[in-house]
Design a protein around this ligand. Sequence first.
Ligand code: HEG
Length: 147
Amino acid sequence: MVTWTDKERAAIVGIFAALDYEDAGPKALSRCLIVYPWTKRYFGAFGNLTNAAAIIGNPKIAAHGVKVLHGLDLALQHMDNIKETYADLSILHSETLHVDPDNFKLLADCLTIVVAAKMGHAFTPDAQHAFQKFMSVVVSALGKQYC
Ligand code: HEG
């Protein structure tokens, strides 16, 4: 059972409130596909992903990056119940999309880097702790229905 301190909750809510989803979502997902090219295999129907410029300029990838961030809203709204909240999304990634669950961590790390770059000095060690704790609970919940 995950517990959150008031400071952790405030830090996580504050980070997401300040986040521009339209900017950070595409940046995080495109970074994931560029840094870890094997993750491109799930986006075969998304058009041109042949190089970094193509990935960054791909509108379907950008739209999906925004969708993923809105997917995180669900966890944000149910911080005490993330595992159950993500049960359906976990089944979708496992049984329908066949996404290797190791990839959730890779995308979470890319998002952390994007958030750090945007927040600069405001991304204090305490803020990083809270954000990465939140993302690791998300990653774990998304991987829960794999068996
Ligand atoms: Mg996933 C669909 C969220 C990681 C590949 N992802 C989706 C959807 C959401 C979502 C909300 C739409 C579900 C629906 O249509 O009902 N994804 C989500 C989160 C995270 C994540 C929150 C982790 C932080 N996804 C992830 C990773 C990959 C991946 C790491 C592959 C490397 N997702 C993926 C694909 C689809 C979704 C291929 C279907 C895209 C489509 O065909 O439109």
